[in-house]
Design a protein around this ligand. Structure first.
Ligand SMILES: Cc1cc2nc3c(=O)[nH]c(=O)nc-3n(C[C@H](O)[C@H](O)[C@H](O)COP(=O)(O)OP(=O)(O)OC[C@H]3O[C@@H](n4cnc5c(N)ncnc54)[C@H](O)[C@@H]3O)c2cc1C
Length: 312
């Protein structure tokens, strides 16, 4: 729970602090809402539900930081199978990938080859591949792989994180090549030397990068659940006269569904990030750290401390 100034309560902080020691099933229980399930069929069922609600999807097979070539090749192959399954089910052929799951930590050339194979398959299916951005130790290598991919493919995009100080320069460089960019705040906790900390500063950095990208003619995935940023982005596209085909809003599965509905109802396109698979642990703990209030709320309920339960 947050107090009036948005501070996280001591109880919620305690729950988040205990998370590394929590049994995995408990973390799984807390994070169910963020994940479509374990199988492709689960993810396709979620995609159908979202389509009925007017949303597009991008699918992510959970997993990251793969250190063996065979493991990275397995990830690539799973995506190579996913795309045709999405096409057959009539879902958007749009996937998001973690470069370290494709072997970036082994070698940039190896990761490039794996991602290139996927981008080629996606192109044949009229599909799209988004290369997610991971922690700041991977930013240069990820952007370099993206530039190489763009040499022969347009159906590929990358991500910028507004929290990083370098993003002001990266946005300008990517706008120059009319890159397809998802803009987010950035989930990884980075050293102060390279990253903004203040919430308002990150918001300004986000809006500055968004304007640079839109003015440069980039297609932008406006990835945020921050109501202020959503409203400011709506004003910005209106003020710049940007056509609705040139951007989309993006949100994560299980987060701020009411805001999602508001965006869709006002006629903007919106894509939901649908993660699924067996490697759910790292993704789930990141989501729960973002939302300590929810972990705390469920813990209170389990312990019989929730105000609702006490009232019952
Ligand atoms: C489609 C998409 C793709 C992303 N891809 C990347 C990526 O490639 N690399 C990367 O570093 N980051 C990625 N992110 C995460 C992003 O960087 C932020 O960490 C995340 O979106 C939270 O920032 P926010 O802009 O929503 O603002 P916040 O200020 O964090 O959140 C705004 C409001 O949203 C709600 N909210 C936010 N998170 C949660 C949650 N977990 N549970 C419940 N409510 C919540 C709360 O009401 C909160 O007040 C992605 C986000 C989205 C939406």
């Amino acid at each position: 729970m947050h107090d009036r100034e948005g501070r996280v309560s001591v109880f919620d902080r305690l729950i988040i602090g205990l998370m590394p020691a929590m049994p995995r099933p408990l973390v799984g229980y807390f994070s169910k809402r963020y994940i479509a399930g374990k199988t492709v069929a689960d993810a396709l069922a979620e995609a159908r539900r979202l389509r009925a609600a007017g949303c597009m999807v991008t699918m992510d097979i959970l997993g990251e930081d793969v250190r063996e070539r065979e493991g990275a090749a397995r990830v690539r192959d799973a995506y190579l199978e996913l795309l045709p399954a999405m096409a057959e089910a009539g879902a958007d052929r749009n996937v998001s990938i973690k470069p370290t799951a494709f072997g970036l930590g082994i070698s940039a050339d190896f990761a490039y080859d794996n991602i290139h194979a996927l981008v080629t398959r996606a192109r044949a299916l009229n599909g799209f591949v988004r290369v997610d951005m991971e922690d700041a130790t991977t930013t240069d290598a990820t952007l370099a792989v993206y530039r190489r991919l763009r040499e022969d493919s347009d159906n590929v995009g990358v991500v910028l994180q507004a929290a990083l100080r370098r993003t002001v320069a990266d946005a300008a460089a990517l706008a120059e090549m009319r890159a397809n960019v998802r803009l987010c705040k950035g989930i990884y906790i980075e050293p102060y030397a390279i990253s903004w900390r203040d919430r308002e500063v990150i918001r300004r950095s986000y809006l500055y990068a968004l304007e640079v990208l839109l003015r440069g003619g980039s297609y932008v995935g406006i990835a945020t659940h921050d109501e202020l940023l959503v409203a400011e982005a709506m004003h910005l596209v209106h003020r710049l006269g940007v056509d609705r085909s040139q951007y989309e809003f993006q949100m994560l599965l299980g987060v701020t569904e009411r805001l999602r509905q508001v965006v869709v109802a006002s006629g903007h396109r919106l894509r939901v990030y649908v993660p699924f698979g067996k490697e759910w642990y790292a993704y789930s703990t990141r989501r729960l750290r973002e939302n300590p209030g929810m972990a705390g709320m469920i813990a209170r309920d389990i312990l019989g401390l929730s105000p609702d339960r006490r009232r019952r």
